[in-house]
Design a protein around this ligand. Sequence first.
Ligand code: PEP
Ligand code: MG
Length: 733
Amino acid sequence: MAGTGEAEARLNTVVRIIANNMVAEVCSVYLLRGDGVLELFATEGLNPEAVHQTRLRVGEGLIGEIARSARYLNLSDAQAHPAFAYRPETGEEIYHSLLGVPVLRGGRVVAVLAVQNRTQRHYSEEEVEALQTVAMVLAELLVSSQLFRPEDFAQTSDTTAPVRLTGQIFADGLAIGIAVLHEPKIVVDRAIADDTTYEQKRLARSIAQLREAVDAMMSAAQSVFVGESRDILEAYQMFAYDRGWLVRLQEAVASGLTAEAAIKRVQDDTRIRMEAAVDPYIRERLADLDDLANRLYAHLIERDEAKPALPDNAVIVARHMGAAEILDYDRERLRAVVLEEGATTSHVAIIARALQIPLVGNVRDARKSVESGDRIIVDGEQGQIFVRPGEEVLHAFQANLAARAARLARFAALRDQPSETLDGVRIALNVNAGLLIDMDQLQSSGADGVGLYRTEIHFMVRPRMPKIDSQTGFYRAVLNRADGKPVVFRTLDVGGDKALPYLRIESGENPAMGWRAIRLGLDRPALLQSQLRALLRAAEDRDLRIMFPMIAEVSEFVAARAILERELERHRASGAPEPRSLHLGAMVEVPSLAWQLDELLEVVDFLSVGSNDLLQFLFAVDRGNPRVAGRYDRLSPPVIAFFRHLVCKADAAGVPISVCGEMAGSPLEAMALLGLGFRNLSMNAASIGPVKEMVRHVVLTELTSYMSGMNGAQERSIRDCLGDFARRHGVPV
Ligand code: PEP
Ligand code: MG
């Protein structure tokens, strides 16, 4: 490939050499053109007349499929594959096996390289790797010879017009700033090594430097990060020492590539696997590896790892980011982050929340629509971003930002004010938490305690099942941070769509109704036992509150309680200090419980209504399905009647009852709950201020009698009536 001559002639030589070396009858290169069509450019073995004649769209035929998915295909019987598309001009009907690999450049497919054999041959893993390595070098040839011209693919969309994009909120907040595209690029000028031993030395040296730098970064971060954030960084550090990664790099150099080409080759592999991975945990790990490859490259070319000067109000825009990458940016200048990918539990999201940097993720085409230097608004309250906003949007948003600051200041001033109605009734306001970092907000929001601690998040962000000691340490840290305020720990609610990377759970067709939460806890008691044991140890002589999720009938609660009692016996026998008090509750999330309330109220110490799940089961409506999610209102008469039934029964039995679903965090809904008789609500920390403001403007007797008058309403929802009530009585909702 490094030879001289016309590019096409060299390409013909290349396919001949590959065919010979791989003992294949056919070797062909299909080049992707600017119009999205793959054109046969060179072939050994297929009918030469087909060159420049055979064309396939991306996604069409096996070659198109390889280009579409950016993944190789290794088929001993290619014609049996559903995507096979026959092209008579090629004369390929006599060839049975096919191995095709994408030729990637800058993470994008530029061509497809394929070999074929007459026999039903199975290509070995070594052959797949060899062809991938060749494809990588081929990419350089195609670009350097101008056969492939990246400018043909330059997006045609207008990059000066204002654009609004939407995504998901991973860390809330608002920001106006200047966009900075985060995408360190690995540039491979020379792919083939002159001296492999020398390249091996370069690689080894840069790996040693990388490790040193990662270690230093971690020790600097130790003092800042606790809990999950620190675990994530530790896992990242582990990767820098991962043998598998190292071996793949070394092998790529041993196969004749330069060190930078080897890093690129391994990174391309990682990216392909990342595109294909559906498991968010695996994607996350692959993102870390991708990040490491960039860092390694920086060491290799001895480039200063520091990023170019950041504007002092930078908004970073990226496809994805490794956990550590966000830390490279100067915290003082970083205003927000926009990602094309990600999930609430993704590591970068957890770090962003810890740093209180707004992050909107899953924003499609973010990098296409944004240029570095563009003005950009990140609205982490609505999950939207505005690129190059017009003056009007900008002004509106600046006003928004100021209003938010004023609102936050108002809520902050409420922090130490009692959560009490105008007629003097105390309403307990608690926070929902799931990360150690959330515990900081318990104090800053002025909440009474933690009404729902979702313990599963601790399990979800870890690569392995946390051992009892780790769990104990974690729960102890939660209680320490609560500093005497009550915390209700909910036992693991995993299964369904909350996957644990190390626990295979068949999700079934209907995961929300599947093998999850207490069902899993009772069927696999070891998991529940270890969690309860850790909670008992962590509590020491403090109060301990535990609740079980997704209880559908009283016997499940009784069985779970029996497991706890056995653990308590063991705990006593070990001589460890016993919790000062132990309160056991059930979540009301499954409607069947309404018909066993009397029995349930006899055995529980408290109840907590999980309105998120409860409403989806009450209406038989999947809350994740946008077509139906908004169909029924949370303030519809059946919900109101159901809640009234729950609270009346609990009150009569003298059992405390609270609501901990999303509903409790919205002022209007929370007002309805107060009117029904609820006196204890648990919500995201950000809702404490708005809900407390509502509480402090309500005359409870008036509200209660108004709500009684709503009995038997026939409207679809009582939302409008309640809104009207709030307006008339000056209640801010
Ligand atoms: C609920 O279902 O309302 C609830 C609080 O639990 P989660 O949202 O964790 O399922
Ligand atoms: Mg639930």
